[in-house]
Design a protein around this ligand. Structure first.
Ligand SMILES: C[S@@+](CC[C@H](N)C(=O)[O-])C[C@H]1O[C@@H](n2cnc3c(N)ncnc32)[C@H](O)[C@@H]1O
Length: 317
């Protein structure tokens, strides 16, 4: 089910919140507050005796949520912290919260970030090549494009799924920057369009710049490192029987969540040829979603951003 707001449409609103099986009085972490769609629903589930700890690394998201949830913040039902979710253990320590009854992670960027005229997340309008979720950091996409070596550029484009033209694009960027800096999204889109052959552009289901923009955003924000550390911190934060729900938007993220859950769920990791177990590895979770939950036709139709969304859930043992 989906809730419409003027801008960001929360994906898997009911499914992700219901997956946590929260009770009144529970404490829960919303690791990615964004526009606050999930936060509002989590607040409703845990009620006035419960607590939601809301994190976002974007000061704009925290400011908007501070305004939206003024009442719940005043009563102590909601605590908002501008922090990357990789720092969840430190946040819990500072707030003196030992363990929680659920963690929700809704990854990626919000529509507000994507549509911002100044932040450069989208190839669809001209903006500075910034792409920082946390503007206190100083490493922008423009800096990455100016400083990284050709092979590093090639690698991130390839990993983001730009399999055919990763090396050609990396070379074109390095050639271009000898003469002119790449400072705006429109300059990068022009360069990509000039570099990828027209026959390939017309055969693609998505815009030719999609994968390059995804690669840059992920690198600027260290998104895979964040995800790795965030998942580990979430597992540590959960009480026994508490649940973790993770929403992803592309296969790199989903693949990592899937493999992490499988690793946590494995009971013995000894090679099969060993007659007895020597690893002492025991399952840490049970996986609630053997296959990820995907959006319904209705949700896809209502919200184009939901098309690639996947929801995976596990329960700590
Ligand atoms: C898809 S939006 C979340 C939408 C939200 N669930 C809602 O219902 O409105 C993702 C949000 O996560 C934040 N975010 C992404 N990576 C993060 C990280 N590593 N730590 C904290 N926040 C992060 C982004 O700044 C963005 O606001």
């Amino acid at each position: 089910m989906t809730t419409l707001t003027p801008q960001h449409v929360t994906v898997f609103l009911r499914e992700a919140v219901d997956a946590l099986k929260l009770k009144p009085g529970d404490h829960v972490v919303d690791a990615t507050v964004g526009k606050g769609g999930h936060t509002a629903e989590l607040l409703r589930m845990v009620g006035p005796q419960g607590k939601v700890i809301g994190l976002d690394r974007d000061s704009g998201a925290i400011a908007a949520a501070t305004e939206r949830f003024e009442k719940e913040i005043a009563t102590g039902q909601l605590v908002l912290v501008q922090s990357p979710f990789s720092e969840l253990s430190n946040v819990r320590q500072e707030l003196a919260i030992s363990q929680v009854d659920g963690v929700l992670m809704d990854l990626g960027v919000s529509t507000e970030q994507l549509l911002s005229p100044t932040r450069g997340f989208s190839f669809q309008h001209d903006a500075p090549l910034d792409m920082r979720m946390d503007t206190r950091e100083d490493f922008t996409a423009a800096r990455l494009l100016a400083e990284w070596e050709e092979r590093q550029l090639q690698q991130i484009f390839f990993e983001a799924g730009e399999k055919s033209y990763a090396s050609r694009l990396a070379r074109a960027i390095v050639q271009h920057r000898k003469q002119n800096a790449l400072e705006r999204t429109s300059q990068l889109v022009d360069l990509i369009t000039r570099t990828v052959p027209a026959r390939s552009v017309s055969g693609r289901a998505t815009h030719v710049a999609t994968k390059v923009f995804l690669a840059l955003r992920m690198a600027v924000n260290h998104e895979m490192e964040q995800l790795k550390q965030g998942l580990e911190s979430a597992l540590v934060a959960l009480k026994p029987n508490a649940r973790l729900a993770v929403i992803t938007f592309h296969s790199l993220e989903d693949g990592h969540v899937k493999r992490t859950f499988l690793g946590w769920a494995a009971d013995c990791v000894c090679p099969p040829e060993l007659p007895i177990c020597t690893c002492d590895h025991r399952s840490l979770v049970t996986i609630e979603t053997k296959k990820p939950i995907v959006p319904s036709e209705d949700e896809r139709a209502l919200n184009p951003r939901a098309r690639s969304a996947k929801l995976r859930i596990c329960q700590k043992i």
